[in-house]
Write a protein that binds this ligand. Structure first.
Ligand code: GDP
Ligand code: MG
Length: 163
């Protein structure tokens, strides 16, 4: 039985892009429109020889801003509770949003270890946004670029103690 890792976070931060990179197949739909992926996806991931089952949380697509947080919360909690460790992804270009803070509050109540990752961190312009993610109170953010494959060694080092 492989250890299980969930990727959680608000829509459009790059969860499916990281999932695709780690699974190595285009299993998760990626789209420029926020929240296009319909269902939760799972796949067998490999990161520098570390093997695990990975869950891409999705299904947040809705035009109804009032129901989004409730649906996100249910899916986020379900995935995190099944996982040995969870990656909480934020967008280093957008900075911390109120929805990120909401997700952080849900995660604080869970027993699963959380690794904070600041995605879209390619290039130097994002450094202050990466720092801003400290304010979420979930430890040191790991700068990552899922799209460009940067920060994967640091991600490996962060995951290894948990799986
Ligand atoms: P999800 O909703 O969290 O699953 O996000 P997606 O993986 O669907 O990505 C949302 C958007 O962010 C897409 O346009 C991606 O191409 C883009 N994206 C993902 N990772 C990166 C990254 O590392 N850098 C940049 N600049 N864009 C990214
Ligand atoms: Mg997605």
């Amino acid at each position: 039985n492989l250890p299980v890792v969930a990727i959680v976070g608000r829509p459009n931060v790059g969860k499916s892009t990281l999932f695709n990179r780690l699974v190595g197949k285009k299993l998760a739909l990626v789209d420029d429109r926020p929240g296009v992926t319909r269902d939760r996806r799972e796949g067998d991931a490999s990161l520098i020889g570390l093997e695990f089952r990975i869950i891409d949380t999705a299904g947040f697509e809705t035009d109804d801003a009032e129901t989004l947080p409730g649906r996100m919360r249910a899916q986020t909690q379900a995935a995190v509770r099944e996982s040995d460790v969870a990656l909480f992804m934020v967008d280093a270009r957008a900075g911390v949003t109120p929805l990120d803070e909401q997700v952080a509050n849900w995660l604080r109540g869970e027993d699963t270890p959380i690794i904070l990752v600041a995605n879209k961190a390619e290039g130097k312009a994002t450094e202050s946004s990466v720092m801003e993610a400290y304010s979420l109170g979930l430890g040191d953010p790991i700068p990552l670029s899922a799209e460009h494959g940067e920060g994967l060694v640091d991600l490996f080092e962060a995951l290894r103690p948990h799986i």
